[in-house]
Design a protein around this ligand. Sequence first.
Ligand code: FMN
Length: 214
Amino acid sequence: MNFDFNKLTSADAFKLLSSVVVPRPIAWVVSQSAQGSLNAAPFSFFNVVSSDPPIVALGIGPRAGQLKDTSRNILETRQFVINLVSAELAEQMNRTSLDYEAEINELTRAGLSTTPSLIVSPPRIAQSPAALECKVWQVLDAAPQRVIVLAHVVGMYLRDEALLNPGKFYVDTPALRLLGRMHGAGWYAHTSDLFQMHAPSASNDPAVKPAQGH
Ligand SMILES: Cc1cc2nc3c(=O)[nH]c(=O)nc-3n(C[C@H](O)[C@H](O)[C@H](O)COP(=O)(O)O)c2cc1C
């Protein structure tokens, strides 16, 4: 079956896209209002889209025709922190997706604590093994109250035990035990079902152009 997205409702488009673009990493975003109220919420319409410059993309939908607290905060202060979600933090991450009043700190409600970031004002989640400090680069105005943010990563935290070789920036990614978001009805994936495949050898295929790097 083929689908013409011009003829789909946004709910149906969401169902189709979120069912096949899997697993999605989860950005557990800590943001702050102009008055300094802290907010945390998970977003899986998220990925890194460039490393030079280091850019992440985040898609935040509307809630009942209004901006979500995260969108409002990001538009107001232009800074936020993306915390990555390890398996042991699954329940707490899920809890922070509840629709609390803007002045309620979801992190406190979920029994989590924060620690200062290196560069941006919003803190990171102390229990998260990795965090990206972000400053807004561009906000794309895709649809009413729907915010697509492209942001520069200006700093990063990584738990010391996950850094295998600081000089070479080798990271023990499996040790982070990060979760991915799957399809509807609350499905998630562990990132532990791994296999390794090396880049193919160009020497056996004469149609391959001489190496020029990435
Ligand atoms: C794993 C997970 C992923 C989510 N991904 C998104 C997303 O990509 N975009 C979005 O708008 N909402 C997403 N949500 C829902 C938001 O987390 C939820 O609306 C939250 O209450 C927003 O909080 P805020 O109003 O404090 O910003 C997700 C929820 C969960 C549990």
